[in-house]
Design a protein around this ligand. Structure first.
Ligand code: GNR
Ligand code: NI
Length: 180
């Protein structure tokens, strides 16, 4: 097991489209395990491979409620094969947009087909938080972030704040190196 570094915005790697997985082999299963470990440590309820710099269509999710037993899901090549007409607003956050939250509207319920960690084709029905998180993770595979679903005014505010954070962090690193 290994912890991976999570990329934060703005970063061109978060805007790229991820490529399908041919088959889930041992290396893919290992990547899924490392992604889950990284997600739990963050902590988060989902993680997509592009967030750790891997442009493959792989996501992991655990939307179990606090206190409930863990329910890790490992998905390769996820596809939404049905979505409800009914939509819902849900407050979203993203490990790649630290400390930023906004309401996003998405289909309430979905049916998803994916390949699991044993290279088997599966289908799952999702609603509530699980539905939100799967849709959020699948967006990352298209280079889309939750801020792409909100007004440009709110998006630009969030991205400006994150740019500022990166500038300050860069300055902090430089000072640390110079005084070492
Ligand atoms: O940890 C996360 N929480 C969350 C909350 C509401 C909607 C979506 C999410 S996903 C996020 C982790 C993440 O950034 N995954 O890509
Ligand atoms: Ni995210």
């Amino acid at each position: 097991m290994a912890l991976l570094e999570i990329i934060t915005a703005p970063d061109p790697r978060l805007k790229k489209k991820a490529q399908p997985v041919e088959r889930v082999d041992a290396a893919t299963a290992k990547l899924m395990a490392d992604m889950l470990e990284t997600m739990y440590e963050a902590p988060g309820v989902g993680l997509a491979a592009p967030q750790i710099g891997v442009l493959k269509r792989i996501i992991v999710v655990d939307a179990a409620r606090d206190g409930a037993p863990p329910n890790p899901l490992r998905m390769a090549n996820p596809e939404v094969i049905w979505a409800s007409e009914e939509t819902k607003l849900h407050e979203e956050g993203c490990l790649s947009l630290p400390e930023e939250y906004e309401q996003v509207e998405r289909p309430d319920k979905i049916k998803v087909r994916y390949i699991d960690e044993n290279n088997e084709l599966r289908t799952i029905d999702a609603d509530g938080l699980l539905s939100v998180v799967i849709q959020h993770e699948m967006d990352h595979l298209e280079g889309t972030l939750f801020v792409d679903h909100i007004s440009s005014l709110k998006r630009n505010m969030i991205l400006r704040r994150l740019t500022k954070v990166k500038k300050i962090e860069k300055g902090n690193k430089r000072h640390a190196l110079e005084s070492a």
